[in-house]
Design a protein. Structure first.
Length: 235
């Protein structure tokens, strides 16, 4: 099983790396660098936001395919804002839906997703069996993880997002981009997030990034055996 784990920034990648023992090997590729674990996981700090995350993930997927050793699974991982009270700080969320929350058009009657404008897609659904395996291994809650290009900073915006996406547990900035790249290569995707801050009014003092990064390390320690025993044919 060849697995690519895409985080946004190096501190998230390093939090994932701490779940593995042994030395990492750096593999430079055009535009990106992979950190390969002794067990063969490739860790990628893919950048912040859906566009850069998609471009970096696509570069890694293309390089692997051209080498004749394509990935079997892509995991989008990192910290996230959690919708309260369902996703408290330090808790884990696994996406059963990865949804681009701000990909569309603002109209006088409200927001229209691109799908209602007649093109594109706004949601990717990871394989249900994989979500179940990840939930059971890590204790994460399953739910929608929104991808946004602008971090929510007001209670009104948080409420508007929840009204449109009642099953949303968390928001982050890369999952949909990573999922688009994976889908273009026909590779399944999973998104795992550790909650570092509440979604809502901006309050930097409320961030618990260290706790979220520790939760991410612990989660990957439990997740990897589950990923390795999962087969893409499971539903
Ligand atoms: O400046 C702020 O108010 C602010 C609040 C929360 C997060 C940020 C970031 O720049 C982090 C972006 C980074 O981390 C993920 N992330 C973490 N929390 C959130 C969130 O509440 N909403 C969206 N993304 C979040 C995200 O995936 C990025 O990689 C700044």
């Amino acid at each position: 099983m060849r697995i690519l784990v895409a985080t946004a920034v190096p501190v998230e990648r390093d939090a994932v790396a701490r779940a593995f023992t042994g030395p990492m090997r750096e593999i430079p590729l055009p535009g990106v660098a992979l950190n390969r674990t002794p067990g063969g996981y490739d860790l990628l700090a893919a950048g912040v936001g859906p566009a850069l995350a998609a471009a970096s993930t696509a570069a890694a997927l293309t390089a692997a395919a051209l080498e004749g050793a394509p990935y079997d699974l892509v995991v989008s991982a990192g910290i996230a804002g959690g919708f309260q009270p369902e996703a408290p700080l330090g808790s884990l969320v696994v996406a059963d839906e990865i949804t681009a929350a701000d990909l569309g058009a603002e109209t006088a009657d409200g927001f229209l997703p691109v799908t209602e404008l007649g093109f594109g897609t706004v949601t990717h659904r990871p394989p249900q069996s994989l979500v179940r395996a990840a939930v059971s291994a890590t204790g994460a809650r399953p739910g929608t993880v929104l991808t946004v290009s602008t971090v929510t900073g007001t209670a009104a915006r948080a409420a508007a997002l929840l009204e449109r996406h009642p099953a949303a547990l968390a928001e982050a900035m890369e999952g949909f981009g990573v999922a688009e790249a994976a889908a273009a290569h026909g590779v399944p995707v999973l998104e795992l997030r550790a909650v570092s801050n509440p979604v809502g009014p901006r309050d930097r003092a409320a961030w618990r990034i260290g706790d979220a990064l520790s939760a991410l390390t612990t989660a990957f320690g439990k997740l990897t055996p589950a990923l390795e025993s999962w087969t893409p044919h499971d539903q």
